[in-house]
Design a protein around this ligand. Structure first.
Ligand code: C2O
Length: 564
């Protein structure tokens, strides 16, 4: 029998298990949380199709990691599947400790079948909702789960204490084997088929065939307030989310508190998390929660709505739920005004330490393209690039290559700007503008403040791209449509209370400016969190040098770091 999920907390354990062993920590003082993740293949059925999927401990979605700010977390991952595996703790800063970050071939080699690796990290200076996912090929389609970091003992939330809380993981489901579909698609030079359904906690909801029993439901008591921890674990879709009849108060994004505001719907990009408060103060009934893509260019997406149910206590299951009003799929206006409302809380306890002086300005263009491919269906293959460079995955981990000074694995000459200035968002550009391939990193001196402008282009098509930086949070100081103007736009930057996060959408045909201080030495991946684009090469990495101080260098690697 497989273990479900094991927690140890100090020495006091509470037995709760019916199937396998489930332990919950009751000793809040405990500083070490241990988990066992068994990577196992399991048969799962959705939408009238059964197929084997890769899981953690047989669960889909996987187990939640609970920690408290200041804890040390040990997750032993044992790989019983036939796929190479690595797990990323999305949004955890992993200070000096890239060894526990997880992206395959960036900070570690994969955990091979039959092997184990213990991710060992401290949760320092962070509290809120994050998540974990497989970080190798498209395996995160089924290998993902929530990370809930409670504030330090005795530190309340800076918002009304909720009565109870629920995690909502938004995902995508394919009826076929995702890894196979991707392999086939790459051979043909085409994108793989889009997903067959969206899901909430792994369940598509009753609007899909055979899905009545695959519906997530939460029960609420009238008059009580609930904290929903919403995670977008979808591979390729930005999503709108709403609850019929109920407003939501946004209180946190990417594990950073925000100035609270009330909204009828929210927008969440792959990689992002959003915490909302919901008060159960409407006519007791059953209400649908819904998630559906936002896509404001004519690119086909799986536009079907995943639903879950918010059900008032005492209301029978036979009552038909009410559907929420989601913004139209192409509602750029909603997306932009919603993003404008996101502000850091910025209080003395939770300050927004925005770098005011910039040491280094970076400007990266996002390009899609087509390369010749004689063996492909149309003779071409889709590709993607940053500053005209398509990132090539190395064969050994970049962090090892950096730490042990292994030559020939990467070049640290990623350019600070594109090779040529052009009208980035002008008329559709079909040329590749001389795109090259390479494992090229940008070298950053310790503690420098960086401003990075990510500029979308109309190469092949404009599109919105959610960019994720590992190892850091950053401040989103500006955003605009069209081409970034270095002479005018910086005057409009918000340097007081900009949203602080780890993943940010670059608007369709526009730009986003972020700032961060490079105070975490190591090799840190940055990529579009649309798996499709990552796999086409829309990624790069920063190599942040060690500082001179005693606590400013990369820690030594753990003994069980997987070999290549
Ligand atoms: Cu959530 Cu590098 O990813």
């Amino acid at each position: 029998m497989a273990r479900q999920c094991t927690f140890y907390s100090g020495s006091i354990l509470l037995f709760l298990g019916f199937i396998g062993f489930v332990f919950l920590p009751i000793d809040a003082e405990a500083a070490v949380k241990k988990y066992q993740f068994d990577i196992q293949v399991k048969n799962v059925s959705r939408l009238c199709h059964a197929k084997p999927i890769v899981t953690v401990n047989g669960m889909f979605p996987g187990p939640t990691i609970y920690a408290r700010e200041g804890d040390r977390v040990l997750v032993n991952v044992t790989n019983y599947a036939q796929y190479n595996m690595s797990i990323h703790w999305h949004g955890l800063k992993q200070f000096r400790n890239g060894w526990a970050d997880g992206p395959a071939y960036i900070t570690q080699c994969p955990i091979k079948s039959g092997n184990s690796y213990t991710y060992d990290f401290n949760v320092t200076g962070q509290r809120g909702t994050l998540w974990w996912h497989a970080h190798i090929f498209w395996l995160r389609a089924t290998v993902y789960g929530a990370i809930v970091i409670m504030p330090k003992e005795g530190t309340p939330f800076p918002f009304p204490q909720p009565y109870s809380e629920v995690n909502l993981l938004l995902g995508e489901w394919w009826n076929t084997d995702v890894e196979e579909a991707v392999k086939q698609a790459n051979k043909l030079g085409m994108p793989p088929a889009m997903s067959d359904a969206h899901t909430i906690n792994g369940k598509p909801g009753p609007l899909f065939p055979c899905s009545e029993k695959h519906t997530f439901a939460m029960e609420v008591e009238w008059g009580k307030t609930y904290l929903l921890r919403i995670i977008n674990a979808a591979l390729n879709d930005e999503l709108f989310f709403a609850i019929a009849g109920h407003n939501m108060t946004i209180v946190e994004i990417d594990a950073v508190y925000t100035k609270p505001f009330t909204t009828q719907a929210l927008l969440i990009a792959p990689g992002q998390t959003t915490n909302v408060l919901v008060r159960a103060d409407r006519t007791p009934a059953r209400y649908f929660m819904g998630a559906r893509p936002f896509m404001d260019v004519p690119i086909p997406v799986d536009n079907k709505t995943a639903t879950a149910i918010l059900q008032y206590k005492g209301i029978p299951n036979t009552v038909t739920p009410i559907l929420p009003q989601l913004p139209p799929p192409n509602d750029t206006e909603f997306a932009s005004s919603y993003n404008d409302k996101l502000r850091s809380l910025n209080t003395p306890t939770f300050p927004a330490n925005v770098p005011i002086k910039v040491d280094r300005h970076l400007f990266y263009t996002i390009g899609l393209g087509q390369n010749p491919c004689p063996s492909c269906l149309n003779g071409t293959q889709l590709t993607a690039s940053l500053n005209n460079i398509t990132f090539v995955m190395p064969r050994i981990g970049l962090l090892q290559a950096h730490y042990f000074n292994i030559k020939g694995v990467f070049r640290a000459d990623f350019p600070d700007r594109p090779p040529a200035v052009f009208n980035y968002t002008g008329a559709p550009l079909t040329a590749n503008l001389g795109t090259s391939s390479g494992t090229r990193l940008s070298r950053v001196a310790f503690n420098k403040s960086i401003e990075l402008v990510l500029q979308d282009t109309n190469l092949l098509t404009v599109e919105s791209h959610p960019f994720h930086l590992h190892g850091y949070n950053f401040f989103v100081v500006g955003r605009g449509i069209g081409n970034f103007d270095p002479a005018k736009d910086p005057a409009m930057f918000n340097l007081v209370d900009p949203p602080e996060r780890n993943t940010i959408g670059v608007p369709t045909g526009g730009w986003t400016a972020i700032r961060f201080r490079a105070d975490n030495p190591g090799v840190w991946f940055m990529h579009c969190h649309l798996e499709l684009h990552t796999s086409w090469g829309l990624k790069m990495a920063f190599v942040v040098e060690d500082g001179k101080g005693p606590n400013q260098s990369v820690l030594p690697p753990p003994k069980d770091l997987p070999p290549c």
